[in-house]
Design a binder for this molecule. Structure first.
Ligand code: GLN
Length: 559
C-alpha cells in the first residue's frame, strides 16, 4: 500500500535531468537579459529608446520562434536533436555577445553587427530549445500518470526560476561593475556574457550525458527521438501518428499570414515585429485545426489550449511591466531603502525569481492536497484565479500611488508585495498552463502546440510594450520640468499654452506635453495607469471563470 502511494507520488528521474538542463539554460537567458540593455546603451552607445525597441523586439521574437522549433521537431528532428541544436545555438550566441563586448572599443560598427547576429542566433536557439524541453516533460509521463503533470511542471518551473535567479545574481556581479565613484566599467560586460555562455554549455552537457540513462520511458526506451520513431503503444487507439497538413492549407496559411500581418501593420498601426507575432499566432492556430487527421475530441482539446492561451496574453502583458514601467517607477518614484540598504532599481525584479523558488513546492503540495480531497480546481479555473490575483496586485499598487502626487515616493515594500502576489498568480497559471498543453495536446502536435502557447507570451510582450508606453509622466519628469521653470501639470491640463522654448525643452528631454490615451480613455496619473491592468486582467479573469464549465466539457475527461 505504502509502496503504491510512494509510487504514485514519485517523479521519474528524467524530470531532474530536464530540471538541470533548463536551469542552466534559463541562467544563460535571464543572466544575459539583465545586462543586455545596459551593454547596448553604455558600451555600444545606442540610445535608450532604440535599446528598448531592440530589447522588446528581441524578447518577442524569442517567444515567436518556439513555433518554428515545434514544427521542425514534430515533423523532422524530434525533441532531443532540437534541444541540442537550440542549446548549441544559444551558447554560440552568448560567445558572439562576448566577442561584441570585447571588440567594441576598437571597432564600434563591427561590435554592433556582431550584436545583431548574436541576438538572431539566440532567438533561433531559444525557438528550438524552449518548446522541446517543455514537451519532453509532458512525454515523461505515460497516459495513466498524466495527473502528475501539474506537480511535475511546477517542479520544472522551479528549475526555471532557480536558473533565472542565479543568472540575475551572478551575471550582474561579473558584468555590471562600477567603481567606488560610481563610474561604470564598460569592459566588464563581456564577463557576464561569458558566464552565460558557460551556463549554456553546462546545460547542454547535462542533457548530452544524462539523457540516455534517465530521459526514458519506465521500460527504458528513449523519449523524444525522431518523430517517426514513436512506437504504436505511445498512442491511443486510432490516434494518428503524424501531422497531415495539405499543400492547400499550407498555401492558405502563408496567404493568411501576409494578409493578417498587413492588417495589424496598416490598420492597427503595429510595428513590423508586433504584426508578425500577432499574425503568426492566428495563422498557426488555424493551420493546426486544418489538419485532416484530427478527431472531434482532439479538436476540442486543442481549442481549449487556444482559449486559455488567448487569455494568458493579458496576464503576460501585465506581468512583463516588470522590465519596463515598474522598473522605471522603481528607479524614479520609489524609496528603495530595503532594511537599511538602498537596493539598485534593476534588482527589485529579482523578487519574482526568489518567490517562485520559495513557493513553487508549497503550491504543488497544495494542488496535491486538494486533489486527494477531490477539490482540485480544473486547470482553466486556476488560470482565471491567476488573472484575478494579478489584477489584485495592481489594485493594491494603484491605491498606494494614488496620493503620491508628482513628487512622493512609493515605499519599496509595496513593490515587493506586488511581486509576491504576482508570483502566486504566475504559479497558478504558467506551470499549470504548460501542464495543460502537455495533457491536452495530441502527441504529434505536442511541440507545435507548446509553440502556440509561447506565442501567447510573445503577444503578451508585444502588448506589454504598447501598454508600457502609456505610462504617464513620472516624478522625475515633473521635477526636471519644474527645475527649468516649467509647470508641466498646467501644460498637461491645458490651462497654460507652452512657449516654443518650453516645447523644445520638453521634446529634448523626451517629456510629453499631453496625457497618454488608451482605448479612448485619457491616463492622467499612475493610479489610472495601474487601473488599466486591473480592469483588463479583471475582465479576462471573469470571462475565463465563466467559460470554465464549457472548457471542462471540451477537455473530454482530462482534468
Ligand atoms: N519565466 C518563465 C520562463 O522563463 C515563463 C516565461 C513565459 O512563458 N513568458 O520560462
Amino acid at each position: 500500500m505504502t509502496e503504491s502511494i510512494n509510487q504514485q507520488k514519485k517523479h521519474p528521474k528524467g524530470l531532474w535531468v530536464l530540471f538541470g538542463t533548463e536551469m542552466w539554460e534559463r541562467f544563460n537567458f535571464y543572466g544575459m537579459r539583465t545586462l543586455l540593455t545596459l551593454f547596448i546603451v553604455n558600451a555600444l552607445m545606442i540610445s535608450k529608446e532604440d535599446s528598448s525597441i531592440i530589447y522588446g523586439g528581441f524578447l518577442g521574437l524569442c517567444y515567436l520562434t518556439p513555433m518554428l522549433g515545434g514544427f521542425v521537431s514534430d515533423r523532422f528532428l524530434g525533441n532531443r536533436n532540437c534541444i541540442l541544436l537550440g542549446g548549441t545555438l544559444m551558447g554560440i550566441g552568448q560567445l558572439l555577445l562576448f566577442t561584441s563586448a570585447t571588440v567594441f572599443s576598437g571597432n564600434l560598427e563591427l561590435a554592433k553587427t556582431i550584436l545583431y547576429v548574436a541576438l538572431g542566433v539566440i532567438i533561433l536557439g531559444n525557438g528550438f530549445f524552449k518548446p522541446n524541453i517543455s514537451s519532453m516533460v509532458g512525454s515523461l509521463y505515460p497516459k495513466s500518470e498524466k495527473n502528475k503533470l501539474d506537480t511535475a511542471f511546477t517542479i520544472f518551473y522551479m528549475g526555471i526560476n532557480v536558473g533565472a535567479f542565479l543568472g540575475q545574481l551572478i551575471c550582474p556581479i561579473l558584468g555590471d561593475v562600477t567603481d567606488t565613484s560610481g563610474i561604470r566599467d564598460v569592459f566588464a560586460f563581456k564577463w557576464g556574457f561569458l558566464a552565460a555562455a558557460i551556463a549554456m554549455l553546462l546545460g547542454t552537457l547535462t542533457f548530452v550525458f544524462l539523457k540516455n540513462k534517465y530521459v526514458v520511458t519506465p521500460d527504458g526506451k528513449p523519449i523524444g527521438g525522431l518523430p517517426s520513431g514513436h512506437s504504436a503503444e505511445d498512442y491511443e487507439e486510432g490516434e494518428a501518428q503524424s501531422t497531415n497538413f495539405s499543400g492547400l492549407s499550407l498555401g492558405l496559411a502563408v496567404a493568411a499570414f501576409i494578409v493578417l500581418g498587413l492588417i495589424f501593420n496598416v490598420v492597427f498601426g503595429q510595428n513590423y515585429i508586433y504584426s508578425i507575432i500577432y499574425a503568426s499566432g492566428i495563422t498557426l492556430a488555424g493551420l493546426i485545426l486544418s489538419d485532416k487527421s484530427l478527431t472531434k475530441i482532439e479538436r476540442d482539446r486543442i481549442l481549449v489550449i487556444y482559449i486559455v492561451s488567448f487569455f494568458l496574453i493579458f496576464f503576460w502583458a501585465a506581468f512583463e511591466q516588470a522590465g519596463s514601467s515598474l522598473t522605471f517607477i522603481a528607479d524614479y518614484q520609489t524609496d528603495r531603502n530595503f532594511f537599511g540598504w538602498n537596493m539598485p532599481p534593476s534588482m527589485v525584479q529579482i523578487f519574482n525569481g526568489v518567490f517562485v523558488v520559495m513557493f513553487a513546492v508549497p503550491f504543488s503540495m497544495l494542488w496535491d492536497k486538494l486533489r486527494a480531497k477531490g477539490k482540485e480546481p480544473v486547470s482553466p479555473a486556476k488560470q482565471a484565479l491567476g488573472l484575478l490575483l494579478i489584477a489584485l496586485s495592481y489594485f493594491i499598487i494603484a491605491h498606494n500611488v494614488k496620493d503620491l502626487g508628482n513628487s512622493g515616493l512609493l515605499a519599496v515594500h509595496w513593490l515587493v508585495l506586488l511581486y509576491l502576489i504576482q508570483t502566486f498568480a504566475e504559479l497558478c497559471l504558467s506551470p499549470i498552463g504548460l501542464s495543460l498543453v502537455g495533457k491536452l495536446a495530441p502527441k504529434r502536435f505536442a511541440s507545435l502546440l507548446f509553440g502556440v502557447f509561447f506565442l501567447s507570451s510573445a503577444s503578451g510582450y508585444a502588448l506589454a510594450g504598447t501598454l508600457g508606453s502609456i505610462l504617464p509622466a513620472t516624478g522625475e519628469q515633473f521635477k526636471a520640468a519644474s527645475d527649468a521653470g516649467i509647470d508641466l501639470k498646467a501644460i498637461l491640463d491645458k490651462t497654460v499654452v507652452p512657449t516654443a522654448d518650453q516645447i523644445k525643452f520638453l521634446v529634448d528631454n523626451k517629456i510629453s506635453n499631453h496625457y497618454p490615451t488608451f482605448a479612448g480613455f485619457t491616463i492622467h496619473n499612475l493610479f489610472e495607469f495601474f487601473m488599466v491592468f486591473v480592469v483588463l486582467c479583471g475582465i479576462a479573469s471573469a470571462l475565463l471563470f465563466m467559460l470554465v464549465p464549457r472548457l471542462k466539457k471540451m477537455m473530454h475527461g482530462i482534468q
